[in-house]
Design a protein around this ligand. Structure first.
Ligand SMILES: CC(C)(COP(=O)(O)OP(=O)(O)OC[C@H]1O[C@@H](n2cnc3c(N)ncnc32)[C@H](O)[C@@H]1OP(=O)(O)O)[C@@H](O)C(=O)NCCC(=O)NCCS
Length: 197
């Protein structure tokens, strides 16, 4: 007999991912990342050591979305951690702020007490149903930091789902058309005050 999937069977549910769980699901999580970002297959091998190191950082938190089927596949993943001066991303953004004319005091104020939203990816087949919004809110709930910062590729007219999501959630410009060392693509750095309502 053919069974018809009900909403309860097809609607992903959100879970907190422990460091142990994301390590276990790393191939799945990286496959979502490669698919969602449209990166060439094989990119996941370069990213695996980086994601594995990130889980060890102070203040790391991860969330995911899982389909309620027998295989419980992951369909979305997001994580971040507490920003700190010795981190590469922090140093790049600080340099960018100084180069854009900000004073050292202003740069240090922006980077004083923040959560870096490092990765946020929803499988293409699961996009467009509010999962990105729900994951972001869960990841940022009850954080002790004063703000959340992220970087995202620049897109003509801010016309993609990531930009619409971040603007809808109240993220504002910190840096625009910024290039990180070793990557020619322009990025925006965005921030939002916490707590998240
Ligand atoms: C960016 C990304 C994480 C957003 O996730 P998502 O689940 O697709 O996004 P949202 O939760 O905002 O929902 C997307 C759309 O669904 C709509 N939607 C449908 N049902 C919804 C609901 N119940 N609640 C909220 N939004 C809903 C939203 O209005 C939104 O429309 P819009 O994109 O036209 O503004 C995801 O699209 C993605 O992985 N993109 C590729 C990778 C990427 O760019 N990552 C970020 C890099 S920094």
């Amino acid at each position: 007999m053919r069974t018809v999937a009900t909403d309860a069977e097809t609607t992903p549910y959100l879970v907190d991912l422990s460091a142990q769980e994301i390590r276990r699901r790393l191939p799945e999580a990286l496959a979502i990342y490669v698919d969602a970002m449209g990166y060439p297959q094989g990119t996941e091998y370069h990213r695996a050591p980086m994601w594995s190191e990130h889980v060890l950082r102070p203040g790391w938190r991860g969330v995911g979305a899982i389909l309620p089927t027998e295989e419980s596949p992951l369909v979305a993943v997001a994580y971040g951690y507490r920003g700190a001066r010795h981190q590469w991303w922090h140093q790049q953004v600080r340099d960018g702020l100084l180069r854009s004319g900000a004073s050292a005091e202003h740069a240090d104020f922006i980077l004083a007490d923040y959560f870096e939203l490092t990765e946020l990816h929803v499988s293409p087949s699961a996009q467009g149903h509010g999962l990105g919004d729900a994951l972001t809110r869960r990841l940022l709930s009850d954080r002790p930091e004063r703000s959340v910062l992220l970087s995202t590729p620049e897109v003509e007219g801010e016309n993609n789902r990531a930009w619409r999501l971040y603007r809808r959630l109240g993220f504002e410009d910190v840096l625009r058309n910024f290039t990180f060392a070793g990557d020619r693509r322009p990025f925006a750095v965005l921030a939002r005050a916490l707590p998240f309502e």
